[in-house]
Design a protein. Structure first.
Length: 162
């Protein structure tokens, strides 16, 4: 029998899981346990951004894969700085903005400083296309790790996951 659009058995199953402890323990939904782990989210998001960003760069350029497609430290660090600035405005609307203000201040200064370091590395190493090994180490490794660390740090230590 073919599945029909009007068949809502999956919706009934989902509703039954919400009504039981199975949904909370991950017995039926193992992915619920994964998304409840802060470290999985904090590291998974930037790694997914690197993969998606590299794929997008390749598609937009329209040629073969290049190592430079995955040198996304600048973009990751900039997204971390953006996250902290957005959170500043979110905290300003809070009734008790001092609750995370110190962590946010330290994070904002650190992320901006590390962003500038990443820009410096990109300025230095993008001029050396003949040294692909060095580019992979410094741009694909070191700079991407700083970007991953910044986004993960924001998720784990500043914003948190509720």
């Amino acid at each position: 029998m073919a599945w029909e659009y009007t068949d809502c058995s999956w919706m009934k199953w989902l509703a039954s899981l919400r009504a039981t402890d199975k949904a909370l323990t991950g017995e039926e939904f193992p992915w619920k346990l994964w998304i409840s782990m802060n470290y999985v989210i904090a590291l998974g998001i930037p790694v997914a951004l690197i993969v998606i960003g590299g794929l997008v760069k390749k598609i937009v350029r329209g040629s073969t894969w290049q190592a430079a497609d995955f040198f996304l430290g600048v973009e990751l660090a900039l997204s971390a700085v953006t996250s902290s600035l957005i959170y500043v405005f979110e905290l300003s609307k809070s009734t008790d903005p001092s609750q995370k203000a110190a962590a946010l201040g330290v994070y904002s200064v650190t992320s901006l400083f590390l962003f500038l370091i990443i820009v410096g590395f990109h300025q230095e190493w993008e001029k050396k296309p003949q040294d692909l090994r060095g580019q992979k180490i410094w741009l694909g490794g070191f700079c991407n790790l700083i970007g991953i660390g910044l986004i993960s740090g924001f998720v784990l230590f500043v914003k948190g996951i509720q």
